[in-house]
Write a protein that binds this ligand. Structure first.
Ligand code: HEC
Ligand code: HEC
Length: 242
């Protein structure tokens, strides 16, 4: 995708948002600085009415702890996306937490389903993995952590519906390759490594065909321990032999 080049992104931003409050150290929390100003720089890409460019993930409505962890991950290099790394480079924790809380409280309407050209066999495989996992390959069901409604679980597990299919593919691929990392132990890295490339395609295709209900919200709790221990999830428990 054209917008994936950091240089192009910078140019697009520079031309689209001349007054954008890119948070450089010198501009950090001045008294007149409002949250609205801070998030203007973000909504250029993560718009309220989400855009459907393949790699721009929805952030509105995700659990605050999850969003906060991602901002830390970009700042500390556990996730790589030059524009995101740059934007949060010098931002202090409190500031990131406030931004995370802001987006977590937004609930725009869910985007429409993404038609899939994957065959019925692949879609059935994707559905099977999401709802039931694969005991032979030791892949836990996605819903065991992402919630029965796939709407995520507060505070730290994101929902899986409404994300661009290509974004899901890219994230699972990044975990398989060690480019994306979460707090250790990194349960998603383990899940991703057990998925074949065909499984990744099947899961993302099926997820894309599902639409979240408009009133779906992250669940407030989930049965613990989770099937794998996740470092970023409070109380996710001792690891049960996978
Ligand atoms: C130039 C476009 C752009 C701008 C501006 C931008 N982002 Fe992002 N953001 C992205 C892209 C693309 C990704 C996905 C990167 C990847 O592939 O991991 C992302 C990922 C994220 C994620 C992780 C989402 C998830 O579901 O894991 C968060 C949180 C986030 N951005 C918050 C912000 C905030 C807060 C700002 C403003 C300070 C901001 N972004 C500004 C493009 C942008
Ligand atoms: C053991 C618990 C667990 C299981 C099982 C699990 N996940 Fe996750 N998943 C997580 C956690 C925790 C995160 C947040 C990681 C972080 O903080 O970066 C996550 C994040 C993700 C993300 C990133 C979303 C975004 O917005 O960037 C995707 C995609 C994902 N999981 C897909 C899946 C799929 C597909 C399955 C089933 C095959 C699955 N997960 C099974 C715990 C789990």
């Amino acid at each position: 995708m054209l917008l994936h080049s950091p240089l192009v992104l910078l140019l697009v931003l520079a031309s689209a948002l001349p007054g954008m409050a890119l948070a450089a150290p010198a501009t950090l929390p001045a008294n007149h600085d409002t949250l609205e100003q801070r998030i203007k720089a973000c909504t250029a890409c993560h718009a309220q009415q989400e855009r459907h460019d393949a790699f721009f993930p929805r952030i509105a409505g995700k659990p605050a702890g999850y969003l906060y962890h991602q901002l830390l991950n970009f700042r500390e290099g556990r996730r790589q996306y030059p524009m995101m790394n740059y934007m949060v480079e010098h931002l202090p924790d409190d500031y990131l937490r406030e931004i995370a809380d802001y987006f977590a409280a937004q609930h725009p309407a869910p985007p429409p389903a993404q038609p899939s050209s994957a065959g019925t066999t692949a879609l059935a495989r994707g559905k099977q993995l999401v709802l039931h996992g694969d005991s032979v390959k030791k892949i836990p069901a996605c819903i065991a952590c992402h919630g029965q409604q796939l709407a995520g679980v507060a505070p730290a597990i994101p929902g899986l519906l409404g994300l661009p299919r290509d974004y899901i593919n890219a994230q699972l691929g990044a975990w398989k390759n060690g480019i994306r990392r979460a707090h250790a132990p990194d349960c998603m890295a383990q899940v991703a490594q057990r998925l074949s490339d065909a499984d990744v395609g099947a899961v993302s295709a099926w997820l894309g065909t599902q639409v979240a209900s408009a009133d779906a919200r992250p669940a407030s709790s989930i049965a613990l321990p989770l099937p794998l221990h996740c470092g970023g999830v409070p109380g996710s428990g001792a690891q049960v032999a996978p």
